[in-house]
Design a protein around this ligand. Structure first.
Ligand code: FE
Length: 209
């Protein structure tokens, strides 16, 4: 399998006005594309040449040379981020995610406050995540390319808080970007699909990719 840039799950205008066509085209077509290309270059001629992206991330995480992990994890994180949003998304969770939000955070508002706080306080570049950790939900952040994919946590949703994700639309107002994501973009159907796959077992999660 040769790695290729996965298409966006929606059009370049789909997330406007919250994320502009310009931001989305640069972010997907330049940043994400560059991570895929770098990964493809680094696995060429190696035993990982025909591996899937998840396998490459998991196989490279312990290497002292971080180049392959950084490129592959960024490629994986970005694809997960695109699917974490949709046109006319946002608002309160539904289904199993809603029950777990209530149980783990006490309600939607507290979840939103904690998600915004975590994402805005992540120093420098990185990601904020909603993960399944044991039998409850948790908000976590990772720096640079790091990803809960290589932890015991199961990622359900993510937001990219690297400046390239929001600077053209929000400049330094990272809080406003995260709030817009929660109010207008977040894709709870994707979170529920990840939750469902996780609760059915690791093989179901693997089959998703
Ligand atoms: Fe990014």
């Amino acid at each position: 399998m040769t790695l290729t840039l996965p298409p966006l799950p929606y059009g370049l205008d789909a997330l406007e006005p919250h994320i502009s066509r310009l931001t989305l085209s640069l972010h997907h077509g330049r940043h994400h594309a560059a991570y895929v290309e770098k990964t493809r270059q680094l696995v060429r001629g190696t035993p990982l040449e025909n591996a899937g992206l998840e396998k490459i991330v998991q196989s490279s995480v312990t290497r002292p040379d971080r180049r392959l992990f950084n490129a592959a994890a960024q490629a994986w994180n970005h694809d997960f981020y695109w699917h974490s949003m949709r046109a006319k998304g946002g608002g309160e969770a539904n289904g199993a995610a809603a029950s777990l939000i209530q149980k783990s955070f006490g309600g939607h508002q507290t979840f939103c406050q904690e998600f915004i706080k975590s994402g805005s306080e992540q120093f420098g570049s990185g990601w904020a995540w909603l993960v399944l950790d044991g039998d409850g939900l948790r908000i976590t952040t990772t720096g640079n390319a790091d990803t809960p994919l290589v932890s015991s946590q199961i990622p359900l949703l993510t937001i990219d808080v690297w400046e390239h994700a929001y600077y053209p639309d929000y400049q330094n107002r990272r809080v406003d970007y995260i709030a817009a994501y929660l109010t207008h973009l977040v894709n709870w159907d994707f979170a529920n699909a990840n939750l469902d796959a996780a609760l059915r077992g690791p093989s179901a999660v693997a089959a998703r990719k």
